[in-house]
Design a protein around this ligand. Sequence first.
Ligand SMILES: [Zn+2]
Length: 471
Amino acid sequence: MRRLVHFSPVDGRIWLADQRMLLVHAAAFQALRRELVASLGPEHARRLLMRAGYASGERDALLARQVRPGASLFDAFAVGPQLHMLEGAVRVQPKVFELDEAASHFHGIFQWDHSWEAEVHQRAWGPQGAPVCWMLLGYASGYTSAFFRRPALFKEVQCTACGHPHCLIEGRFEHEWPDGEQLARDYDPDSMLVRLGELQSQADALRTQLQPADDQGPLLGRSRAFNDTVELLRKAAPTQVTVLLTGETGVGKERFARALHAMGPRADKPFVAVNCAALPADLIESELFGAEKAPTPAPPPRAWAAERAHGGTLLLDELGELPLPAQAKLLRVLQQGEVERLGGTQPRKVDVRVIAATNVDLEKAVEEGRFRRDLLYRLNVYPIRIPALRERADDIELLAMHLLQRYAALHGKRLAGFTDLAMTAMRQHAWPGNVRELENLVERGVILAPNDDLVDAAMLSPPPPRPRRTP
Ligand SMILES: [Zn+2]
């Protein structure tokens, strides 16, 4: 078991298999415990610490299943108590271990010695009338529930803090306790804390989440670079100003464009996105602005983009690819609100808000004669640069968790999250492919990870970077 612990003093980390661990002074936990009891009262403090212990027990249960594959159920289960000892929490000796999975029966009694919690609690508050090994007890319940994948709960029936020679805990599946429901309530988030948590997440949501009216998902982020960008969008949204979105491939320019549309007065009108690089030069002009006579070969019979977007927003993605004749028409749309169909003579009024997006340097395209300077000036009134993912390192965890949920739902998987090692790897990666690369990686991890488990770093190993798309 000790081989699972890896001290990495050079970079200041300690690992238990792939989980990052901390070597913390018991005295620090004692100080924290004092503060919690003083500020929340003993009942809230007790439940809060139980839940913290529960979370760490759950983590160790995931590990236990990997450590001894093929061992007897008892030996596999024993990993938890052994990890708990290794982590310095308490000495554990099993007294009773009955398990009949088919009959959904579990009964376990374990003796605890040298509980750090009983020790620090007594030091702070003296002898106790009720057991105090709260985190340890939470650990036992969390570990056992996650190990058997069904709710199991422990009670501390003796505690050295109450003057007993040992601490003693007894566990059963929740349905086997007559007071199971009441015991389980200790692990429900506390009402007061829940309220605070709810208010906090509402505030976070309002701050960071702009829900565009489509299935592209919300804009998510909390990093400085992200917030600055959203602030620029928010200021532009109520106006008619033409916005030029720039940024590397894969940063999500269309998503930001949809958010801009959704924040403005045209939100209930159409949003039409046209990728200027997706159609051959001779078709893009008629696709955008229409033609009096159908071009050959004819595009699918539907209204032209500029007309479909009437009253709403027209996104021109990869604008650097727009051919020069179409650039002239676009300029006319921007300057006069008029569009002239291909081969037509009568200009038609069109009311669209134009958002342009590009990952090429338009200034350079102007110098090379591929892009009209007057159009660039017209577009460049309000440029917004979408930051690369590596400039948004603080958003990676949020985005990765969001994507995990999305892909888990899509692929019908149940996953608990990422290992600490995987999260560290994601934070350190340079993300040349930006959010799109993150999406691909997380989807791959979701597919590879076993159900009820964490996505680990190996499942995320990025494929070799693809060459950047060249216009
Ligand atoms: Zn105890």
